[in-house]
Design a protein around this ligand. Structure first.
Ligand code: ADP
Ligand code: MG
Length: 724
């Protein structure tokens, strides 16, 4: 189709489509976890002793007793086949942010040629996908492509409808044949274990005799855009890169603030209901849904869960969103910045740590004792964010997130902590040498062991902070919408483990010297604030003053692009941290840098190449056609004595020429391959390729404002964002 025919066709299709009728709502109890092999289903189907053994592994983190695997596998298979599953899959999470699965049939051919369905324990516990096509950052060459998947008992198995039919899905870790982690789950499990160990040590020092395993929790808010598939299919950029490489902002954007929390369009509501039903069946506790700031943008948040399970569920949520969108004639965009000029999408990762005996350790609490505890844990987080802020920046560094961070719609690339006025006041007093009183809400005359309640202040929020305390948890807001939450969780757990080890060592040595516990704690808290208080900031994180002050006065890092941030993973103190805490070996960490750097380079390269091709074959021809129409008309009119203005034609000609010249420059720049290091290559992409792409776009978008609408070939922002 030429000109805007495909656009007209798309609008026709959309406005005449039969809406998908809403399903009759089912009762929550009926849907809840119906497709999950839950503990209670295990209890029904397993011998008591075996059930207890599995339960201990799940709840107490005890090692899985492999001898029971056959029995568990059989029960799992019977449950799955009774639901109609013919296949099973080890599901794993490679470094690409995607979810990978290898499907196998339960079929087993017998000696006499008959078949039975079979699922042995060893197949449940360990798999061997041909992992050579997953990035390993140099850990494996393809001739030693062996990779193993191993069952993660702490994340439940489930049945999922896929193109294959129904499949039993088993969450697994993915490791190389030499035992190195090739996935996102392995370090998450390790970081949680390390944090548990350190936190337990601290809790015991604080006087607790009974300390249940400490786990991290995560509740991830997911932002996304929905665009009708008819439009998306006529945008090669959306299809191939997930974002619009061209597009003039619509006359109406988000400036009226009328979309945020507005009424959800009916078609979207039916979609959301469908998404939620699928989530409930898989035991994912979808909780809130609403419109987001930008037109066409929405948000979904589940109730928080154990970080490892939440991370698996988050991956599933992204899959469900994409799949369900397709069924409803939408394309779900999880890119961080699909549309220029309006807000992009992020993922707020709410994170806390706690256990069954002491509860949420980041809750200010309601007894003096737990307040000491809170101060210790909260100060450990502050120390971690200050020491490892650049790491937190590095784990959210992607080519797509670079469009968002620091663009006054998302947190800046400078990592600081927001505590809220009340806590900030408490910590300020600590750094002045002891908490005595509080201005706010009539609080505090406190020797540490008699700390009363801090009234929670949930209304007290600061949206410009990348890392904010929000009542009983921290909220890491710089995470990208399409990213796995695992990397950020690993970084947070690891930095906390490091801080808690430091706290434990400090207190132990003070106590050994005969110091009194509360005095030692006071001194420790003061030391944290003296050394690391510079990371606490409650002002406007978007302001130019903060950018200056953060770097010049407080010594915080400002790492605006992925090219600046990713190399942090190679710094000696980060390598030492991961190695010492036992989360990633230097080889594993290095491989991650390589994989993420390659992804950065690849995604920009694909975008730039597509941009060159679209500019040449889609936009330039539209401009030239319009120009020939214009010039013919101008010339024709001149013959009959009418002088039509020439400015439009001149402007179109000039913009088309500038655009095509810049395209040539971009094309030439892309052929430069002579880099001595990956870091240099990344900087080149950030400082040379990206700015050239911005320039091409500027000319192309200006052309969109000049060329006759009936000749413009790409669905416009106005159409994509407002027609549902
Ligand atoms: P916001 O006001 O930031 O938009 P939402 O209610 O949309 O908040 O999301 C908050 C998220 O934080 C939810 O996923 C919620 O379950 C989660 N959350 C609440 N308490 C905790 C906690 N203690 N630890 C981790 N996550 C939590
Ligand atoms: Mg939030």
């Amino acid at each position: 189709m030429s000109g805007n025919e495909s656009r007209i066709q798309a609008v026709y299709e959309i406005t005449n489509r039969e809406p998908k009728p809403p399903k009759t709502p089912k009762r929550l109890e009926e849907m809840w976890a119906s497709d999950v092999f839950t503990l209670s289903k295990m209890q029904e189907s397993l011998p008591k002793s075996i059930y207890k053994s599995v339960k201990r592994t799940i709840e107490l983190g005890e090692k899985l007793d492999v001898s029971i695997a056959d029995v568990v596998a059989l029960a799992m298979k019977d449950w799955a086949t009774s639901k109609g599953a013919l296949y099973y899959a080890h599901v794993f999470y490679p470094l690409t942010n995607a979810t990978a699965e290898k499907h196998d049939s339960f079929i087993s051919v017998q000696g006499d040629g008959s078949v039975i369905s079979e699922f042995a324990g060893k197949v449940l516990v360990q798999g061997e996908p041909d992992g050579s096509s997953f990035p390993s950052g140099g850990i494996r060459s393809t001739f030693e492509a062996r990779g193993y998947t191993a069952w993660d008992v702490t994340s439940p198995a489930y049945v999922m409808e896929t193109d294959n039919g129904l499949t039993l899905c088993i969450p697994t870790v993915f490791i190389s044949w030499t035992g190195e982690a090739l996935d996102k789950k392995t370090p998450l499990l390790r970081s949680n274990a390390a944090m548990n160990k350190a936190a337990s040590k601290v809790l015991k020092l604080l006087g607790h005799t009974e300390v249940a395993p400490v786990n991290s929790s995560c509740g991830a808010e997911q932002e996304y855009f929905l665009v009708d598939a008819n439009f998306a299919n006529s945008r090669p950029d959306l299809l191939l890169t997930g974002r619009t490489l061209f597009g003039k902002p619509a006359a109406k954007g988000q400036q009226f603030d009328d979309h945020y929390f507005g009424a959800i369009p009916e078609r979207v509501q039916v979609f959301m209901q469908d998404v939620e039903e699928k989530m409930y069946r898989l035991g994912i506790p979808a909780k809130t849904r609403h419109n987001e700031v930008a037109p066409g943008q929405f948000e979904l948040a589940p109730f928080f869960e154990a970080a490892n399970v939440a991370s698996d569920h988050q991956q599933l949520t992204m899959t469900i969103l994409r799949q369900t969108a397709k069924e409803h004639g939408f394309v779900c965009l999880l890119h961080e910045k699909p549309f220029a000029g309006i807000n992009g999408s992020g993922k707020h990762v709410n994170w806390s740590v706690g256990n069954a005996t002491q509860g949420n350790l980041l809750d200010p609490g309601d007894t003096p004792h737990s307040n000491v505890q809170f101060l210790v844990f909260c100060s450990a987080v502050i120390r971690g964010v200050h020491k490892y802020g650049p790491l937190l920046r590095a784990v959210v560094a992607t080519a797509s997130n670079d469009h968002r961070l620091g663009a006054n719609e998302a947190p800046p690339a400078i990592i600081s902590v927001y505590l809220g006025s009340q806590l900030e006041d408490v910590f300020e007093q600590i750094s002045k040498g002891g908490v005595k009183s509080s201005k706010s809400k009539g609080l505090m005359n406190l020797g540490v062991d008699t700390l009363p309640l801090f009234p929670k202040d949930p209304g007290d929020r600061n949206r410009t902070s990348p890392f904010a305390f929000t009542g009983n948890r921290f909220e890491f807001r710089a995470v990208g919408s399409g990213q796995s939450v695992s990397g950020p969780l690993v970084a947070m757990n690891t930095m906390l483990a490091d801080s808690l080890n430091w706290v434990a060592d400090k207190l132990e040595s003070e106590l050994a010297k005969g110091a009194e516990l509360n005095t030692a704690i006071q001194a420790m808290l003061k030391e944290v604030m003296d050394k690391h208080g510079a990371v606490v900031f409650s002002g406007n994180g978007y302001s130019a003053e903060w950018h200056k002050m953060a770097v010049e006065e407080r010594g915080l890092a400002n790492l605006p692009t992925t090219a600046d941030a990713l190399p942090v993973l190679k710094e000696a103190y980060i390598e030492e941290l991961f190695d010492r805490i036992g989360v990633l070996s230097p080889v594993e960490l290095e491989s991650r840098f390589e994989v993420y750097a390659e992804q950065y380079l690849l995604s920009i390269e694909v975008e730039a190449k597509l941009m060159v091709s679209m500019a040449k074959t889609v936009i330039y021809p539209a401009a030239i056609r319009y120009l020939s129409e214009l010039s013919a008309t101008i010339a024709g009119l001149k013959e009959v004595g009418i002088d039509l203005e020439k400015e439009s034609a001149e402007k179109v000609a000039m913009l088309a020429k500038f655009m095509i010249d810049t395209v040539s420059k971009l094309n030439a720049a892309l052929s430069h391959h002579d880099f001595s290091t990956t870091e240099e290559h990344m900087q080149y992409f950030a400082k040379t390729i990206r700015p050239l792409m911005d320039k091409v776009r500027e000319y192309a978008d200006a052309l969109e404002g000049e060329v006759a609408d009936d000749l413009w070939p790409l669905p416009t922002y106005q159409e994509m964002l407002f027609i549902k």
